[in-house]
Design a protein around this ligand. Structure first.
Ligand code: AMP
Length: 424
């Protein structure tokens, strides 16, 4: 398909009227680039390989054609069966994708369900009992329910793997392979990943048949609309610098990224003492505590959310004015995911990163990935000359220093251990 043939309005797409109505009600008029590229081939039933991250409109890119085809085919799911399975790596993403299906499918007579771990399974089992059209699931809970006989995949028509790179990072590869073995061979496959390293390509090739490839906002090109800066600060001054920045009320909705769960809790505590109310979301928090924090943040009840990378992945909240990297991520791609929380749906956004002397090596990696130097702000009360003058530590040394407690040969931030899946 040539670029000039791409649809520029939803009206041009051959979607059934109840879906078009839902889009109008949601306030959408023009498809985003991934939607314009992906929807036409998906409506034809072609397999798709999408290289796109959250914030590009990728959920609607797959949800809309799937809904259209479900309505058109007019089949019915058998009890304990689903016609569509969307696998997502985290509960937050699963909940969000499910909500998107509810929004776009609100005028259709279809049944949607979501299953994820960390909560009781009874309501989920009940929702599945008479069969559903679309099931959104995290891999761990899905396998649990399959093994107990509460869900069967034999009648599956469409399989969607969302955020495949994060799935692999979280150690879900074995669950994914188990799920694949249960799927009927003739099916429609959609595969999304923000990055396409070799192992992801290999997995995609094992699932997809002659896929159409669609790529938007490659991970190495950070959104132009995001104004990025870095501040050199000694580790012990980071929290005071954060408080200083947050005292400015022009920062209306802020996500602060902490590398560790413990660190996130400490930041909440420190800010609280200084009169700034914030909440933390991370893997050690219960599902209801995470949802409550997100809701408070979404509604504007709290201005500041402290998050770890995994917990923040897939969060869909509009109007985030600032992303602050309290710690720089040691996986450069996470930097792009983090700052992508702001400047969504056409808005402007700002990303500020703190960098201490041990993190300079990570800063260098990030700048290499995004292909530009992030401007340094010296005009701040905690500017550190020590960081300016510090020599770049070798990567191995930096990790040992930063991870401190961790002498394991494998870097746990890069590959999540298998038992992480229990949390989903
Ligand atoms: P996603 O990448 O699927 O997480 O979507 C990012 C955000 O963009 C969500 O808040 C969607 O509701 C919103 N969105 C998706 N498609 C459109 C569109 N065509 N027009 C306006 N907003 C959209």
């Amino acid at each position: 398909m040539t670029i000039k043939n791409l649809p520029t309005t939803f009206a041009e797409l051959k979607l059934v009227d109840p879906i078009k109505l839902a889009l109008t009600e949601a306030g959408y008029t023009n498809p985003t680039p991934i939607q314009a590229q992906a929807i036409p081939p998906l409506l034809e039933g072609l397999d798709l390989l999408g290289c796109a991250q959250t914030g590009t409109g990728k959920t609607a890119a797959f949800a809309l054609p799937i809904l259209h085809r479900l309505v058109q085919s007019n089949k019915k799911a058998l009890p304990r069966h689903t016609r569509v399975l969307v696998l997502a790596p985290t509960r937050e993403l699963a909940i969000q994708v499910h909500e998107s299906f509810l929004t776009y499918g609100k005028n259709l007579k279809l049944k949607f369900a979501v299953v994820y771990g960390g909560v009781g399974q009874t309501p989920q089992v009940k929702a599945l009992s008479s069969g559903v059209d679309v099931l959104v699931a995290t891999p761990g809970r899905l396998m649990d329910l399959i093994e107990q006989g509460f869900i069967k995949l034999s009648g599956l028509e469409v399989f969607v793997l969302d955020e495949a790179d994060r799935m692999l990072d979280m150690g879900f590869i074995h669950d994914i392979k188990k799920v694949l073995k249960l799927l009927p061979p003739k099916r429609h496959n959609l595969f999304f990943s923000a990055t396409m390293p070799v192992e992801i390509e290999r997995l995609a090739n094992s699932i997809l048949v002659n896929p159409v490839k669609v790529e938007v906002t490659p991970v190495s090109s950070t959104a132009e609309k995001i104004s990025q800066s870095v501040m050199y600060v000694d580790r012990e001054n980071k929290r005071a610098l954060l408080k200083h920045i947050l005292d400015n009320q022009n920062l209306t909705r802020v996500i602060v990224f902490s590398r560790t769960k413990h660190g996130a809790n400490k930041i909440v505590e420190y800010l609280g003492k200084g009169g700034i109310i914030s909440e933390a979301i991370h893997g050690n928090k219960s599902q209801s505590a995470r949802q409550k924090a997100l809701e408070n943040f979404r509604s504007g009840k709290i201005r500041v959310l402290i998050a770890t990378d995994i917990a923040a992945r897939g969060i869909d909240i509009d109007d985030i004015s600032h992303v602050i990297n309290y710690d720089l991520p040691n996986v450069s791609e996470d930097y792009v995911h983090r700052i992508g929380r702001t400047a969504r749906a056409g808005a402007k956004g700002e990303a500020i990163s703190f960098c201490d002397s041990e993190e300079k090596v990570f800063l260098k990696d990030i700048e290499k990935l995004i292909g530009k130097t992030i401007p340094l702000i010296e005009d701040q009360p905690f500017h550190s000359q020590v960081v300016v003058e510090s020599r770049l530590l070798s990567k191995g040394k930096a990790k040992t220093l930063i991870d401190g407690r961790n002498n394991r040969p494998n870097n746990p931030h890069r590959r999540r251990p298998q038992n992480n899946r229990k949390k989903n």
